[in-house]
Design a protein around this ligand. Sequence first.
Ligand SMILES: [Zn+2]
Length: 320
Amino acid sequence: MGLSTLFIKLGRSRPATILYFEVRCANTIDERERALAWLYHELSMTLSFITIRVFMSTWQSALAQLLNIIPLKLSMAEGPLLVMWKEDIQPFIGKKVMAVENNTKLDADRMAGKTIRDVKTWGKHFLICFDDFTLRIHFLMFGDLYINRRKPPEKPIKLSLQFTDDELVFYNCALRFTEEPLDEVYDWSADVMNDAWDPKAAMKKLKAIPDALVCDALLNQGIFSGVGNIIKNEVLFRVRVQPLSLTGKIPGKKWDEILKELVTYSYQFLEWRKKGEFQRHWEANARKLCPRDKVPFIKAYLGKDQRRSFYCTECQVLYR
Ligand SMILES: [Zn+2]
């Protein structure tokens, strides 16, 4: 880079409050990582609607690198990331837990001496299966899984499972045990990345909520488990549907397209994420201009949970 410092201003807006963080990153990877670690900490202490405004400077390569990292951290909760982790920890299946480090109220010691039988995901639930019970992990907004490495010591761990030569470390997540057989607890047909995914079952559930906004319907984990806010924004842009459209007013053919794209996009998300380049592929999410019409996107917090939406009124249709 050739320049000693990089200033990034992050503006975080939420109703009535705007907070600004200024992160000063030095040129070395170590210092940059420390600054980012601090930034994650600040962000994770606060609310969920985050806007990052980066004031462009001449240090574009550094910015590109940082931008590539930050949005990854902000999109933790989407299903494809869990699928990626599931693939990463396949080698742990069949291994016995030798020790447990536990900072939860859970009786986590029950896992000591037990062997991992399987690892599954259901949408945003990460499931580590033992013989008679399952550990369910929800990574919330900023959770993390580290395999055979840890964050700096000031980052409190929630849980660590230790094996003869390996370790799984969980951060910032909600944990619980499920005693029932998983097939009784989970509707696998709702998970867009599961082999059992059933678009017909989803259509049936959608028919029961004709007055729901499509932006809420796509985030409904009982219908589309694993679909998060980024996937919602990107898919609605791809299929040219505005987020405030009503579920019951969207034509059947358009729904076929939406369901197909939810699956396609989730797998693309996974592939891009593996290459560490997925933010680069966003067309609508966090973008200013519609790439089709070159007009500004509408940015609004919509639906039951006021989730951040980006859409174009030129090319996306409002079905009401
Ligand atoms: Zn457009």
